[in-house]
Design a binder for this molecule. Structure first.
Ligand code: HEC
Length: 266
């Protein structure tokens, strides 16, 4: 579905992704920028957003309930503004949850569904991805305001910060190795300095993003897992404290920056 759209757009715009066009670094970058501009008005993420809204409102599971009573932190059913204030502490769950975890929690408690969310882009996780996109889109343009009032929220920030600077693995990499300096890059990709407010806020609110390279919609946890791979670390388990803590760290670094999600990426 999504691939078809990309192909159609590429053909319609006369812009074809081909190897020779990408021979030179700068040309490639220009190409990607141009491609982004061309499809900016039609980010395929919108399809996920629509699907997410349907899933949110549709009764499902053994309890035959919709997710409309799900409390994303601002009260039952409040979607607008929720994304920019997550991760946060939830007393019913007794822990800090990000949007992905919270949605899985609501599917479980309200619908009686046990989402098998560990498999990215499969089955139930697809639903979570669509839901994340729907919810995130309702906060577009709103400033990041990840709460730090609860002791658990502060602890998670500290865990995230330590994880960010923790060096290990075969190359002795940490997140900071690639993401703590200005104007750095690996091959074609610019590396945001996640220790600075603006780039941290923009990176934090860039996900979920539609990835042109593989036609998939990726939420933040999946983005982070891919960086774990680049770091030569073992898989970052979905819903693990580490994953959520890294989000808290980036969100707090990026406080006040206006939310971009959902975006479109290489
Ligand atoms: C070996 C280098 C490397 C390491 C280590 C690394 N990353 Fe990344 N990261 C990248 C690259 C390259 C990209 C851009 C990927 C792309 O454009 O497809 C990226 C992208 C990101 C993004 C998305 C930025 C945006 O603007 O969309 C986030 C967030 C991120 N990394 C967080 C982290 C965190 C947190 C860690 C530590 C767990 C980490 N990265 C470790 C190389 C790295």
């Amino acid at each position: 579905m999504s691939l078809k759209i990309i192909a159609t757009l590429a053909v319609a715009s006369g812009f074809v992704l081909s190897a020779p066009a990408f021979a030179q670094k700068t040309e490639t970058e220009k190409g990607i920028d141009r491609y982004r501009e061309l499809i900016a008005d039609g980010n395929p993420a919108e399809l996920f957003e629509m699907e997410g809204e349907e899933i949110w409102k549709k009764k499902a599971g053994p309890k035959n309930a919709s997710l409309e009573k799900c409390d994303l932190g601002l009260g039952a059913g409040v979607v607008k503004g929720a994304y920019v204030q997550l991760p946060r502490y939830f007393s019913d769950a007794g822990k800090v949850q990000d949007l992905e975890m919270r949605l899985a929690y609501c599917m479980q408690t309200l619908q009686g569904v046990e989402p098998k969310v560990a498999d990215y882009n499969k089955d139930d996780h697809k639903k979570v991805i669509a839901l994340v996109t729907y919810v995130a889109a309702q906060s577009k343009g709103m400033p990041v305001a990840v709460p730090q009032g609860h002791p658990e929220e502060k602890r998670m920030y500290e865990v995230g910060k330590r994880t960010f600077f923790y060096r290990a693995g075969p190359y002795d990499f940490s997140c900071a190795t690639c993401h703590a300096a200005d104007n750095t890059r690996i091959r074609l990709q610019g590396l945001p300095n996640l220790t600075q407010n603006k780039p941290a806020g923009e990176a934090f609110t860039s996900w979920p993003a539609y990835r042109v390279s593989n036609g998939q919609l990726w939420p933040m946890q999946q983005r982070l897992n891919d960086c774990y791979r680049q770091q030569r670390f073992p898989d970052l388990a979905f819903g693990s404290e580490t994953s959520v803590a890294l989000s808290v760290y980036m969100g707090v670094q990026g406080q006040g920056v206006k939310s971009l999600a959902p975006t479109i990426k290489r």
